[in-house]
Design a protein around this ligand. Structure first.
Ligand SMILES: N[C@@H](CCSC[C@H]1O[C@@H](n2cnc3c(=O)[nH]cnc32)[C@H](O)[C@@H]1O)C(=O)O
Ligand SMILES: [Zn+2]
Length: 437
C-alpha cells in the first residue's frame, strides 16, 4: 500500500464553520479532514489531489462537537423517577435505593441510552462519574464517542468497602486511560466532600498523584451541604478540598453554586475548572452559580447536564441556552454570557475542563470532532448570525451529522454505530426489571 491509500482524506465544501475567532467567528468555505484530524479550514478551496471525496456543506453549519463535562450516564434509566424534590431527599429516598439494585447490565443499558441521546444531540465528548465503569467504557468503544471516565466513590461505608471502592477506582483509571484509540481518558473522583470523609479524600489525592491523573468531584451544590461542611470540618468546601490537597492536582468541580468571593479567588489561583450544570441546578432548586464572577476571575467554566434523572435530558444546546439566559436574568445585565461565550462554554472551555488539548475548536491540527446543524429550517432564518441561532434558537433536534475522531457516527439524524431500536427496548426492560426486584 502506498502512503496515499492509507490516508482517509476528504473535504467539506460550501459550508459555514464556527471557528470562534473574535474578529470573524464564522467563515464560509472548506474544511479538509485527514484520518482523525482537521488539516485545513478556510475560505479558499485548497488544491487537492484528484479523487478526494467532497461533501457538500450547503445549508449546514459546522460546530466543534459539544463537550458535556459532568454527568452520570446510566442514570437515564431513572429519568422521570423522582422529580420535583430537593437534592438530599432525591438522592437518599429515590436515587440511591434504585442505584443499589443496578447490575453491570443495567449500567450498560442506561449508558447506551444516554450515549445514543448525546451523539444524536451533537455531544461528541462526555464526562461520566459512576460505577460499573468497565460497562461505560465498553459503550464508548462501541459507539465511537469520546469520554473522560471515572469510578465515582461514595465513602459512607465501612473501611473495607471504602478500600475496595478506592482500588476499583484506581484500577479502572489505570487500565482504561488512553483506550478506545485514545478516545478514553480517566480521572480520579471522590463523589463529594459530604459523602467522603477527609482522610478518604486524601487517599484519592494520593492516587491521582501516583497515576498522574486529574481529579473531579461534586462541590458546593447546595447551601445545606456548605453549612454541613463548616459544621463538621470547620471550613467551607473550597478551603476544605484545598487543605486536603485536591487542588494540587489539575481539578474540575461540578456545580460550585454556593461560593463566596474568597472561594472564587482560591479556585482561580489553583486553576480549578468548574462544570456549570444550569438545568440540574434549577430543577433541584440548588441555586444559581456565580458564573459571570467566576469567568471574570479567570476560572474556566464549562457545561454539564448532570444525570438525566435531574435534568431530564442530555441536550447540551439547552444547557448553553440556559447558561446564556439565566445569568442575564439574575444579574439584570443583558450583556452577560453572550452567545459566543455560551458556545465556548459548551466546546473549548469543556475541552480545557477535562484536560483535552486537541478537541473543542475547528482548526488545523485538532481532532476531527465536529457536528453539522441543518440551518435550512424556519427557526434559523434569516441567516443573520449563526452563532446566535446555535445558542438562542437551536436544539439538539437540529443536529444533522456528527463526526468523532474523523469517523461519522450520526448521518441525517440516525446513529450509525449503535442499534437504536435495541437500545430503546433494552432500556425500558432494564427499568421494568429494577422496579420488580
Ligand atoms: N454508587 C457509587 C457512587 C456512584 S457516583 C455517582 C453518584 O452521584 C449521584 N448524583 C447524581 N446527581 C447528583 C448531584 O447532582 N449531586 C450529587 N450526587 C449526584 C448519583 O445518584 C450516584 O449515586 C458508590 O457506591 O460509591
Ligand atoms: Zn452529578
Amino acid at each position: 500500500m502506498t502512503e496515499n491509500t492509507k490516508i482517509n482524506k476528504w473535504m467539506i465544501k460550501n459550508g459555514s464553520f464556527a471557528v470562534l475567532d473574535a474578529g470573524k467567528p464564522v467563515i464560509h468555505g472548506c474544511m479538509v479532514i485527514e484520518n482523525d484530524r482537521i488539516t485545513y479550514i478556510g475560505e479558499e478551496t485548497p488544491e487537492l489531489e484528484s479523487g478526494i471525496p467532497v461533501v457538500d456543506g450547503t445549508h449546514l453549519f459546522f460546530l466543534p462537537g459539544l463537550i458535556n463535562t459532568h454527568g452520570h450516564a446510566a442514570m437515564s434509566l431513572l429519568r422521570g423517577y423522582g422529580d420535583d424534590m430537593a437534592l438530599q431527599i432525591w438522592l437518599e429516598e429515590k436515587m440511591w435505593p434504585m442505584e443499589a439494585k443496578f447490575t453491570s447490565n443495567d449500567v450498560y443499558r442506561g449508558t447506551s441510552l444516554s450515549v445514543l441521546e448525546m451523539l444524536k444531540g451533537g455531544t461528541t465528548t462526555f464526562l461520566d462519574m459512576y460505577d460499573h465503569m468497565d460497562q461505560v467504557a465498553q459503550v464508548v468503544q462501541e459507539s465511537g464517542i469520546r469520554a473522560s471516565l471515572m469510578r465515582g466513590v461514595i465513602g459512607l461505608c465501612p473501611e473495607d468497602v471504602q478500600r475496595h471502592k478506592l482500588n476499583e477506582a484506581i484500577q479502572f483509571a489505570r487500565d482504561w486511560n488512553g483506550q478506545a484509540d485514545g478516545r478514553i481518558t480517566t480521572m480520579i473522583s471522590p463523589h463529594a466532600p459530604y459523602t467522603c470523609p477527609p482522610d478518604f479524600i486524601e487517599k484519592f489525592v494520593q492516587a491521582a498523584h501516583d497515576l498522574d491523573l486529574p481529579m473531579h468531584t461534586h462541590m458546593s451544590e447546595t447551601k445545606a451541604e456548605v453549612e454541613q461542611n463548616v459544621r463538621d470540618y470547620g471550613l467551607r468546601p473550597v478551603a476544605h478540598l484545598e487543605k486536603l490537597g485536591m487542588f494540587s492536582r489539575p481539578s474540575l468541580v461540578a456545580h460550585a453554586v454556593h461560593l463566596n468571593d474568597e472561594e472564587i479567588e482560591i479556585l482561580a489561583a489553583n486553576h480549578v475548572s468548574v462544570s456549570h450544570n444550569p438545568g440540574s441546578n434549577l430543577k433541584l432548586a440548588s441555586g444559581v452559580a456565580r458564573v459571570t464572577d467566576l469567568l471574570k476571575a479567570g476560572v474556566t467554566v464549562s457545561l454539564g447536564t448532570d444525570g438525566a434523572a435531574s435534568n431530564n435530558n442530555l441536550d447540551m444546546f439547552e444547557e448553553m441556552r440556559l447558561a446564556a439566559l439565566i445569568h442575564k436574568g439574575v444579574s439584570g445585565d443583558p450583556t452577560a454570557i453572550p452567545a459566543m461565550e455560551a458556545l465556548k462554554m459548551g466546546t473549548i472551555y469543556g475541552a480545557q475542563s477535562i484536560f483535552l488539548k486537541d478537541v473543542g475548536t475547528l482548526a488545523p491540527g485538532m481532532k476531527a470532532d465536529f457536528i453539522a446543524l441543518n440551518t435550512d429550517q424556519a427557526h434559523f432564518l434569516p441567516h443573520t448570525d449563526l452563532i446566535s441561532h446555535a445558542i438562542y434558537s437551536a436544539s439538539s433536534k437540529d443536529v444533522e451529522h456528527v463526526w468523532v475522531d474523523g469517523k461519522q457516527v450520526v448521518k441525517h439524524g440516525a446513529c450509525l454505530t449503535l442499534d437504536e431500536e435495541r437500545i430503546r427496548r433494552e432500556a425500558q426492560a432494564a427499568f421494568d426489571g429494577l422496579l420488580s426486584r
